[in-house]
Design a protein around this ligand. Structure first.
Ligand code: CP
Length: 308
């Protein structure tokens, strides 16, 4: 039995196989319509979600399986004080696989250690969001053709943004990647990412404050929202929330084949006028998220024709 806690839980070769499977699913939906007949996915979400929870549920339904779960801690026995360890033991009696989101970093890992079914980390605090990373990799590979040799700008809340942390961690294994981190001083990437991931792996990067200064050099611009739920005081959030707004004018500075990704939800950081620009791919990204989660469910359940 295998869990998914971090994108690094899969080798680069395994990730390639997963993305190949997701592409085949995208192109041959009917072929996969019954591979999970009789299987049940539990979604245990202790934190709000639209995309991740519903794309997991949609993925399982499109594979012929069924879903159950809860969408908030308040609507589960967590509200009565039940531990994650006890909850996963219970869920293991009802389901074949579980996707869990939790505000505490490491909670899905604790669940995995007590679980008798595969557990997928669907986002733990400000730590990791591996299935968003799989979605991001799948989007870039599908639309750019590969995952090597590009300059990737990550913009916004790089301190609390778990999608950013997971993506940097995953991309360190590809060649020719050059990062540009665009953030206000208070929301710079954490020191451990700078030292343990970037410096340790000799990955070139620079940190800037102004988005306009670096737009012309980017192949990918990964926008993120300022994470209100992780701020200790509202005043700081209000001061920083509109620090970056991607507009048509700023898009005019970018390469013709640059792509804008965003894990969503968006608040104000991308003006809606950018949505019609063919380089804005954040809604396509959501669709890729469902295909890669279908491939992941099949793989962790050992239904992909390979050893899980
Ligand atoms: N991208 C993402 O994690 O979105 P949700 O919070 O809506 O799941």
């Amino acid at each position: 039995m295998r869990h998914l806690m971090s994108p690094l839980d899969f080798t680069v070769e395994e990730l390639d196989r997963l993305m190949d499977l997701a592409t085949d699913i995208e192109n041959n939906r009917e072929k996969y319509a019954h591979v999970c007949d009789g299987k049940v996915l539990a979604t245990c979400f202790y934190e709000p979600s639209t995309r991740t929870r519903l794309s997991f549920e949609s993925a399982m339904i499109h594979l012929g399986g069924q879903v159950l779960g809860f969408a908030s801690a308040d609507s589960s026995s967590a509200a009565k004080g039940e531990s994650v360890s006890d909850t996963i033991r219970v869920i293991s009696c009802f389901a074949d696989i579980c996707a869990m989101r939790h505000p505490k970093e490491g909670a899905p890992m604790v669940a995995a250690s007590k679980s008798s079914i595969p557990v997928i980390n669907a986002g733990d605090g400000g730590h990791q969001h591996p299935t968003q990373t799989l979605t991001d990799l799948m989007t870039i590979r599908s639309l750019k053709g590969n995952l090597n040799d590009m300059t990737i700008g990550l913009c916004g809340d790089l301190k609390f943004g778990r999608t950013v942390h997971s993506l940097i961690n995953a991309l360190k294994r590809y060649s020719g990647i050059n990062f540009v981190f665009i953030s206000p001083e208070e929301l710079r990437i954490p020191d451990y990412i700078r030292s343990d991931i970037l410096d340790h792996n000799h990955i070139p990067y620079k940190e800037v404050i102004k988005l306009e200064d670096v737009m012309p050099e980017l192949d990918i611009l990964y926008m993120t929202r300022v994470q209100r739920e992780r701020f200790f005081n509202e005043e700081d959030y209000v001061r920083l929330k509109d620090f970056y707004i991607l507009t048509k004018e700023k898009m005019n500075l970018a390469k013709e084949n640059m792509m804008v990704l965003h894990p969503l939800p968006r608040v104000n950081e991308i003006s809606v006028e950018v949505d019609d620009d063919p380089r804005a791919v954040y809604f396509k990204q959501v669709q890729y998220g469902m295909y890669i989660r279908m491939a992941l469910i099949m793989t962790l359940l050992g239904l992909d024709g390979k050893e899980a």
